[in-house]
Structure formats: C-alpha cells, structure tokens
Design a protein around this ligand. Structure first.
Ligand SMILES: *[C@@H]1O[C@H](CO)[C@@H](O)[C@H](O)[C@H]1NC(C)=O
Ligand SMILES: *[C@@H]1O[C@H](CO)[C@@H](O)[C@H](O)[C@H]1NC(C)=O
Ligand SMILES: *[C@@H]1O[C@H](CO)[C@@H](O)[C@H](O)[C@H]1NC(C)=O
Ligand SMILES: [Zn+2]
Length: 971
C-alpha cells in the first residue's frame, strides 16, 4: 500500500510555527506507540487506515477447537484459478440499498485428504443451490462427495462445507457460488464511492482488497500465499467503463443498456491485489518501453485540465528504472493507474490497476504546488516498485509486511530520483523516514520490525502491521543495508531473492521464510561474489539485530580516548523497557565516519564498547560519525568534539553534507530531551542558521524548535525566542528575495522552493516587517481582483493566506470565507479553511468555531480538523478548549464513535498544555464527562494527562536556561 503520510509533506514550517502546529517528532516524549498507530490509520497513504479501531486483546482468551475457529486456512486445499463475474448496481434498489450480484467458480486442488471445505466469505448473501450455499463438482472423472451441510462462521469470516465423504488427494474440484453483497460506502472490498460533477451526483463501484477484504467481494481463499489465476467478467451499463487487473479482451453489448466486459486471465496472483472498477472516467494513454500500454484514468474534468499528464510522463521512466533495478521486465501487459475522488488511503498497488487518491496521482500544472508534484512522483514510484516486489514476489504472510512496505518505501526514492534527477530527493529520506520514525522507535512502547507468524492472525492484527515501524523504519534499515553492502550488491542480491522466491512460490506456495531468504541470498550470492567487500558477520546475523529487537542505539564517541559505546536510545530516560531482547539491546553498528573532512575506513561496533583507531586529533580537528545518516542510530560525542563541530558549523558549515547538518541538530535536540546532553548544547546547534540556506537543516531545526514554541509562546521566553528566530531568519528571507529577483521568480532548486515557504512563513511570523507588508500587498491585490489570483504562486498560497489573515482584520477573513464558499478546487478550499484559523481576532475565531457545527457552513467531515486548526493558533487554543468543553455531549454524539480524528482533536487542543492549572482542568474535564465518555479518544485523554505532566516538568527544568540562552543570543 502507499506510503504513510502523516502530514502533507512540506506544508512549510513557516505555517506550522505561525499556527504553532506540531507534528513534531520530538514532542513524542510520552506518546505511547499505540497513538502513533492510531495516527497512521486516518492518514492518506494508508490502505488499512479506515479498517478498524477494534481492540485486539480479547477479554476472554479465545481457544480455537475446530478447524474453522482458526484465522488461518487449513493447508489441505489450494486454489488454482477462479472465474468471477460481478454486476454492481450504481442505482439503489427498491429498499434503498446499493448492491452487487455475482457468481464465481474456484478450481482448487486437494493436497491433503479432508472432508471439509473452508473458504473465506464475509458479508455476502449466498444463494442456496440444492439446499446448500455452494455447488461442488469435479474436473475430470473423479467422484464428487456430496455436501452434508454448509454454514457461515462470522468470527473467522468463513463459509464451511461439511462433505459426506473425503476429497481425493491430487484431484481438482470446482466450487460454484452465486451471491449478492452490499455495495456500501465503507471503503472495503467491492464498494461504492460518490462524487459530484457539474452538480450531478456520480456513483463509482471500486475496490480495496488489502488486507482481508477480497472475501467481501466473492468467496475466495483470501490469504496472500494462496495465489491463483483470475478470469474476471464485469457487467455494467454502456455509459460506463469497467476495469480490472488484466486487459479487457471481449466487450459484449448484451441487451442495451448492459455491457459485458471480459478480462484476460491474470498472472498467478494474491487475492489482496485484485481490483474491480466501474465508472464513467476517461483516460490518456501512451505506449511505453516494450509495447506496454500505460493509461491514466480520472474524472473527465481532471483529464481535460491536463491533470493526468505528469503521471503519464513519469510512469515511463519509473518503470524503466525498476526494470533495470530488478533486472526483470514489467511483468504485465498493461499498466492502469486511476485517481479516485474520495479514496481513503493514499494508493493501493493492485497488480496492473493501481488506485490513488486524487492528490497522489493528479497534478495541475497551474494550481498545484511543488509538494503536490513530489507527492505524485514518489507515490507512483512506490506503487510501481510493488509491481515486482510484493506482487510478483509475495510475502507468505502479513507478519513480514515490513519487508514489502519498507522496501517500497526505500526504493520509491530511487525511482523518483531517476524520473526527477534535479530534485536530490534521496536526501529527503532523512526528514520523511529516518528522523520521523526515530521519534516513535525511541519509546519504550515500540516494537520490533519482525513479528512471528503466529503473532499475526486476525484482521485487526494484520491491519496493525501497516504502521510507521513497517514503512519508515523498514525503509531506513534497508537503506542502511544497501549502504554497507553498496547499492550494486544490494540490487544484485535482490534479483537472486526474486528468482528464488518466485520459483519456490510456484513449487510450494511460499513455504519458506522469506526474510531469511532475502538476507541469506543477499549475503551468500551477492556478497561472496564481490571481492573487497568485508562485513564482520553474515548479512543475516547483522540484520537480525535490527529486525528482531525494537529501537536503536545512541553511539557515543569519545574522541579523547577513541572509546566508542552503544546504548539503547530512549527519549524518556525514566521509561521502563519490559520487552526482552535476545540481543540485550545491542546492535552490530556500521559506523561511517569522517575525521576533519576526510572519510575514514568504516568501523563496525560489534559489542557494547569498542575502540576507534587513529583517533588522535590535532588542532581544530573534529570527528563526525554516521556520514549522511546512512546508519539507523544517533550519535553523541565528548564535549570537546561537540564544541569543535559547532565551531565548524559556524565557520564553514558546508564542510558537512546537508544531511549531516540536519543530523547534528536533530541528534542534539533529542539527546537533550533524553537528558544525555544539556538543553543549551542543543540550542547552540541553531546558532549557525543565520548562514544556512538549505532546506533540510532548516526544516530539522524548525521541527525541533517547534516544541519550544509550544511550551513558551505564552510566556516571557517567547519574546527572546522570537527575537532570536528573527535574527536567524532575516538573512534567509533576504536570500530568497534576491534569488527570486524581488519575488518575481520561482526558485529553481526543488528543496529551495520548500525553503522559500519556510523563509516567508517564519519571517512574517517573527516580525520581519517587510515580509508582512509584502504578503499583505499580495493578498490585497487578490482582494481587488478576486477572479484572478496571479501573483500568488501555488507553493506559497497556504503561507500567504494564513499570514495575511493573521495580520489582517475582518475584511481579509471575510474575503477568504467568500473565496472558500466559491472554491471549485478541493485543494484551494482546504488551504483557505486552514488559513481562516490563523486570525488573531478572538471574536472571528469564536465565530469560526460556531461555523464548524453548522453543516451548511463547514462540511461534517471537516469540522473536527477545523477545530484543530484553531487550537494550533496560540490565541485560538483556549477558545477551542472552552468550545469543546462546553459542547462535549454534542461533539461526542456526532464524532465520538470510532472516529480517529477524535484522537487528533484531543491531541491538538492539549498540545500546549504545560501548566498546573491546565492539568487540573484536564483532569476535571475527564472526571465530569465520564458519563458521556471519550470513545476513540479515551487513550488520547490518558496520554494528554501524561504528556501535560511531562511538559510541566520539562518547562520547570528548562525555562530559566532557555530564557537565558535566547536573551544572551539576542543581546
Ligand atoms: C481461467 O482462464 C484460464 C486461461 O484461459 C484457464 O486455464 C482457466 O481454467 C480458467 N479458470 C476457470 C476457473 O475456468
Ligand atoms: C470459466 O469461464 C470460461 C469462459 O466463460 C468458461 O469457458 C469456463 O468453462 C469457465 N470455467 C468453469 C470451471 O466453469
Ligand atoms: C442479505 O440478507 C439479509 C437478511 O435477509 C438482508 O437483511 C440484507 O439486506 C441482504 N443483503 C444484501 C446485500 O442483499
Ligand atoms: Zn506500499
């Protein structure tokens, strides 16, 4: 599935700080891992997101007795192929229900004697045939056992057939079913999606099978290793097109208005990769590489506005890159990609028919920002990487999901880099994956990448696997492996892996442990054949340390003695780790390092303590370890070396790569949070920023400083903090003014465009007067000519709207409201909705809060996030808190049940809480509303109290120092 995007990337920290948002990693002090998972759920990019908020721990342990009590299928029957015919009705029936009807035959082979047929089927009404739910026949002359009885098991989602006699080993049978299901708008299985075009409501039938929803579309053996060939037929109206994984081969117009579209047999594939779509979309297409048909499908208007062109253009190069990388041609005869309005996850790698939410596939050359474009390139790259890794070669079971998703999350950067070589996108993995997951994986409540197969059984446990650890840590750890093996060896090992697994999959249905195979094949085949590559253990042994135990080490290097030590890094030094590790939380750490600018021989730290050689430093010599953050660990030094690194930053920061500049900042701030170094040392890493022009270090600093802003923006510290930021940001602002020729051009560099957003957002916020004047004048011009908005580049719109409203009055606000009501573009509407929360005028904020509960003003689905935006604003926070407290009953009724955004609401409002009074209010609120309850935010409430307590403590310990430091720096 598509990569997880917790936030829209690059929203521009300017905006964030202005509204004092924090997605910020570092704040994670006491955020339990559970929360992180909850966070994943509602975000785009996450297929399993919507699936459930079901608790996975049962109150009474469930002890399976019968074969159908187990969540895993018995191994007696193996599917060979299916005929599936589906007929979705895009109009409600007489009962007002949207339904689909269908029938299906599955041919399966008996490999172990049994008198039971157990097959997945969920929420389907099966027609009774001769008194049973299915009809069994044999292929060939074998006798067919008769069905004794048949029934459904709701808990394990099975249809069970008890036969009078046993099936014969080696014989194939056909099982026929005829069924009807609801075409619900629940985003699971074969489902309904609705949108408006020119004021007319349109209905689409589409599907999302991963992880366990194919069984909701037709009865099937719904496990990834149960691969089969699918012959799909879809019946639909002549006004629509039907799409599926294979190319359509026969389109037969029955009696008007019904058309029967038949698709060619698929490759042997897993059920979770199936896709069925009926819609009235149009396409653009081209023939790529070797006669491959590439098509991009979307709403008519989107296609006629050229929004699919960019996707079509990058698909060719990306496929080409992966063909070379995997050393295997694209496995199918066509590639369809479709943009669905109202798709909850980011994207889904259905084999040959990839589904996307619109923002992940469509790019408008006039209205979209550079961040939108980057998202399109990386998500396409991620999904297409799966066409081989994941789809052609498939994991045996969901416990190894990290390998599938971590891999795609890593190579998506390589594919996107090939398509857009000028972007330097590979560097951004530091911000998007490594530093992000560092925050989660530094908590005592984290968990290892690998799970045992037995630990992952039911659908809720499966959907829990789709989390930051699998995606982001998986990517970071595979990047480290690729780095110490070199990319060439890694890729070569991979083709061995593909080859082996594929063969094994064909022969024995993936009856092997895939990770072992990947790692041992990388190790044995590729490494052995590479002279000059020395690693201290087998790849398998090295990687076990990173995949079987959670967390990561902080490596401390004492440059005076050459001593190197490692320790499990925990953000909260008082937290207790109760998960045992067979390796005692020690890792085999590949340390790339530099001495005074010269790359040294990499050092492997294999125990708790080691000795660097040739450490002796002369004069101003310095050591920097973890070059380009290729290793998954943090680094600490002796105080002298810290001093030398800081003075290097101040005198010649370009001696270090952008990634290492960002690393020094992020490591220092986090080490300070963990009380390993002083807060002032962390703050000192930001002193050189006045000279910094690159995005990645700036972004890293702003993310880390955001916690300081949240804690102090209502105290006397803020004046000094603001003055310091002003001093640091001013040169960056002037820099952009000059390279954009007085704001008339767009910076050419990819990340420069992001950094321009930061420069403007922060500069205006901390009081650079010329910045505020500039932004106000742009917005004024727009107000004078509302039909044209030419001056404001899409990259800058969010920041400009927010800034103009923050420093404007009711006129600016009301204009934004009018534009919001008239917006035809969803992205424009959501920018304006966010910006209106930026005003500092209390009555405007209160009025806006009232609007959120009026559905004619703010759509229901946007209400909670709007309240959250208001709470991010330092003026809005107490108003939102009062508003929510006063209407808790109502809000709870409307949004409380199972809605993940509810957790965000509590988090959003309490993010700044750092006083005793706030803690008391929070506790009182919890007490007073016990009778109403907190629904899906129950855990969030507990954690808010815990975090507030931690914040109070942190502020107490650090406030004086921080105030002092900022004051001195700006004296
Ligand atoms: C599906 O089509 C393939 C190829 O034509 C065929 O071999 C297979 O038997 C078909 N499956 C079923 C269930 O008829
Ligand atoms: C599957 O469909 C094809 C084409 O309609 C048909 O020839 C074949 O017999 C079907 N297979 C089974 C097992 O019914
Ligand atoms: C399935 O059967 C149940 C019980 O008769 C009925 O309530 C439901 O509407 C049916 N669902 C569909 C999609 O026909
Ligand atoms: Zn994926």
């Amino acid at each position: 599935m598509g990569k997880v995007y917790y936030i829209t990337k690059n929203v521009g920290l300017g905006l964030l700080v202005l509204a004092a948002t924090a997605l910020v990693t570092i704040i994670a002090l006491s955020i339990a891992y559970n929360k992180e998972k909850a966070k994943n759920r509602g975000k785009p990019g996450h297929g399993a997101s919507y699936s459930t908020s079901m608790p996975t721990t049962l109150t009474t342990p469930f002890i399976p007795k019968e074969p159908w009590d187990y969540y895993r299928l018995p191994s007696s029957l193996l599917p060979v192929s299916y005929n599936v015919t589906l007929w979705p009705q895009l109009e409600p029936n007489a009962d007002g229900l949207f339904v689909f009807t269908g029938h299906s035959v599955v041919v399966f082979k008996c490999v172990k004697e049994t008198d039971l047929i157990i097959i997945h089927s969920n929420k389907l009404n099966l027609t009774t045939i001769y008194g049973h739910h299915a009809k069994l026949s044999s292929l060939g002359r074998a006798n067919v056992p008769t069905i004794q009885k048949s029934w459904f098991v709701v808990k394990t989602e099975y249809l069970v057939l008890q036969l009078h006699s046993r099936l014969t080993v080696g014989t194939s049978y056909a099982l026929y079913t005829d069924f009807q299901g609801e075409l619900a708008d629940d985003l699971q299985g074969f489902y309904r999606s609705e949108y408006y075009e020119d004021g007319v409501k349109k209905v689409i039938a589409t599907s999302q099978m991963q992880a366990t929803y194919a069984r909701k579309a037709f009865p099937c053996f719904d496990e990834p290793a149960m691969k089969a060939v699918f012959n799909v037929t879809i019946i639909h109206s002549t006004a629509t097109v039907a799409l599926s994984n294979s190319k359509e081969i026969v389109i037969f117009v029955d009696s008007v208005p019904v058309r029967v579209t038949t698709f060619g047999p698929t490759e042997r594939m897993s059920t979770y990769l199936l896709a069925f779509i009926v819609c009235d979309f149009v396409k653009i297409e081209s023939i790529k590489n070797n006669n491959l048909l590439v098509r991009i499908w979307a709403r008519r208007k989107a296609i006629s506005d050229n929004q699919g062109d960019y996707a079509l253009n990058v698909t060719g190069p990306i496929l080409q890159f992966f063909e070379r990388y995997y050393n295997a041609s694209y496995p199918l005869s066509k590639s369809d990609q479709i943009a669905l309005p109202d798709f909850n996850s980011g994207a889904m790698e259905n084999w040959g028919l990839v589904t996307y939410r619109e923002t992940a596939l469509l790019y408008d050359p006039i209205f979209s920002s550079i961040a939108n474009k980057e998202r399109v390139a990386t998500v396409i790259s991620h999904e297409l990487a799966h066409m081989w890794f994941g789809n052609l070669v498939t994991l045996k079971w969901w416990n190894d999901l990290w390998l599938n998703e971590g891999f795609a999350s890593y190579v998506e950067y390589l594919g996107a880099d090939y398509a857009e070589p000028s972007w330097n996108i590979k560097d951004l993995i530091i911000l998007y994956d490594v530093h992000k997951v560092f925050a989660v994986d530094a908590l005592a409540s984290s968990h290892p990448l690998s799970r045992l197969e037995e630990e992952v059984n039911d659908p809720a446990q499966i959907s829990e696997m789709f989390n930051a650890i699998s995606y982001n840590k998986g990517a970071a750890v595979l990047r480290m492996l690729s780095d110490f093996l070199t990319e060439a060896v890694f890729a070569k090992g991979l083709s061995w892996y593909n080859l082996t697994i594929r063969t094994i999959n064909v022969l024995c249905l993936g009856g092997c442990t895939c990770i072992t195979l990947l790692l041992s094949s990388v190790c044995c085949q590729a490494v052995e054949k590479t002279p000059g590559l020395h690693i201290p253990h087998t790849v398998h042994n090295i990687m076990n340390r990173w995949t079987l135990q959670m967390g990561y080490p902080v490596v401390t290097i004492d440059t005076r003695t050459g001593r190197v030590t490692q320790k499990h890094f925990l953000l909260d030094p008082d937290s207790v780790v109760d998960r045992p590790s067979q390796f005692n939380y020690e890792w085999f750490v590949p340390i790339k390092w530099m001495k005074s600018g010269k790359e040294q021989q990499p050092y492997w730290l294999l125990q708790k303590t080691g000795m660097f050689i040739k450490m002796k430093l002369s004069g101003g010599g310095w050591v920097l370890a973890n070059t380009n953050v290729s290793g998954y660990f943090r680094v600490n030094y002796d105080p002298d070396n810290w001093d030398r690194l800081l003075s290097l930053l101040n005198s010649n920061h370009k001696a270090l790569s952008v990634m290492n500049r960002a690393q020094i900042i992020d490591d220092a701030f986090n080490l300070a949070r963990a009380k390993i170094i002083n807060t002032t040392l962390a703050l000192r890493t930001t002193k050189y920023l006045a000279k910094e022009r690159d995005y990645i270090p700036w972004e890293s600093a702003l993310r880390n400083l955001d916690y300081y802003i949240l804690m102090f923006d209502r105290t006397e510290v803020y004046g000094a903090l603001q003055a310091f930021l002003k001093k640091q940001i001013q040169p960056l602002f002037e820099h952009f003014k000059s390279i954009t020729v007085n704001w008339t051009k767009v910076p050419t560099g990819h990340t420069d465009q992001y950094n321009q957003i930061n420069a403007i957002g922060i500069a205006c916020n901390v009081g650079v007067e010329s910045c505020r004047e500039l932004i106000k004048s742009w917005y004024r011009k727009w107000m004078e000519n509302p039909n044209r908005n030419p001056r404001i580049h899409p990259n800058l719109k969010s920041t400009v709207y927010c800034t103009a409203i923050a420093f404007g009055s009711v006129e600016e606000w009301d204009f934004a409201w009018r534009m919001f009501k008239n917006a035809t573009l969803a992205s424009e509407a959501s920018r304006l909705r966010g910006a209106m929360a930026c005003t500092k005028v209390p009555w405007l904020l209160n009025r806006y809060l009232e609007y959120t509960l009026d559905r004619t003003k703010i759509r229901k689905q946007d209400a909670i996030s709007t309240i959250q935006y208001i709470a991010r604003n330092v003026v809005g926070m107490p108003l939102a808190w009062n508003f929510v407290r006063a209407r808790w009953d109502y809000i709870f009724q409307q949004y409380g049940k199972g809605s993940f955004s509810f957790t965000n609401l509590v988090n959003g409002i309490t993010k700044r809480f750092s006083t005793e009074l706030e803690l008391q209010e929070l506790k009182k609120f919890q007490e007073e509303n016990r009778h109403v309850g907190f629904g899906s935010a129950t855990l969030a409430m507990e954690q808010a109290i815990e975090k507030t307590t931690a914040n109070i403590k942190w502020v107490k310990e650090n406030k004086a120092n921080v105030l002092n430091w900022f004051t001195e720096e700006t004296a």
